[in-house]
Ligand binder design. Structure first.
Ligand code: DX5
Ligand code: ZN
Length: 217
């Protein structure tokens, strides 16, 4: 069954501890932490101390999405704060030596993901698939919650799913941005194994029901 990684990006941070506990109770497989530095993306969210606090609040694995310009300078600190998966953007300055950065994350005992912006071709993954635990397909331009899913993301997900299967690898495909109960089936059919959902879960009156609907139950 597809895994659900709710993003706390649109939550009220004054009550973050309660929110992550509620998400756990409601069946979240991961907690998606959107870290933004105001340089790689035009928004600032939160950083290391918040990730550490969430790690202290719940035992649900933390799926840390770094939308920052120099991820290589911070992966060690995020690992120390309790990240279970660290995803870096291949477009970021600090990911110039992408294979080295992936190895650095894995040497920290953390799962490694690479994220692709909507305009980035999946060809960039060709020589790193074998080192990866996860590919994150951005289906909106990163920076904000509540945007609309970009339809051609489905074609990119299919392409990546085919490459992973042809190579005989076990790599998750996470899809992030504009994921709703109304489009989750088509995203999973295209090959997604993990769905990020910010507004679809955190703004829903019933988070458990929202997670069930995203799974197609
Ligand atoms: C966007 C973030 C997403 C976002 C998802 O830059 O990476 O994780 O918060 O929010 P929704 O699901 O509302 O598009
Ligand atoms: Zn994200």
């Amino acid at each position: 069954m597809v895994k659900i990684s709710p993003s706390v990006m649109t939550a009220d941070f004054c009550y973050l501890g309660d929110t992550v506990k509620e998400l756990k109770e409601c069946g979240a497989d991961f907690i998606h932490c959107d870290v933004m530095d105001g340089v790689f993306v035009p928004n600032i969210s939160f950083g290391l101390p918040m990730v550490k606090s969430m790690n202290n609040a719940v035992d649900t694995p933390l799926d840390v999405h770094l939308m920052i310009d120099d991820p290589s300078a911070y992966v060690e600190e995020f690992a120390k704060c309790g990240a279970d998966i660290i995803t870096v953007h291949c477009e970021s300055k600090g990911a110039l030596h992408l294979q080295r950065l992936i190895s650095k994350i894995k040497d920290l005992g953390v799962k490694a993901g690479v994220a692709l912006n909507p305009a980035t071709s999946p060809e960039v993954l060709e020589y790193v698939y074998e080192y990866l635990d996860m590919v994150l397909v951005m289906s909106v331009n990163p920076g904000f919650g509540g945007q609309s899913f970009i339809p051609n993301s489905l074609r990119k997900i299919e392409h990546i799913a085919n490459r992973i299967s042809t190579l005989g690898l076990n790599v998750d495909i996470e899809v992030d941005g504009g994921v709703k109960p109304s489009n989750s089936k088509s995203i999973v059919d295209a090959g997604a194994t993990i769905l990020v959902a910010g507004s679809a879960v955190c703004d829903a009156p019933d988070k458990r029901e929202a997670i069930r609907l995203l799974r197609g139950i």
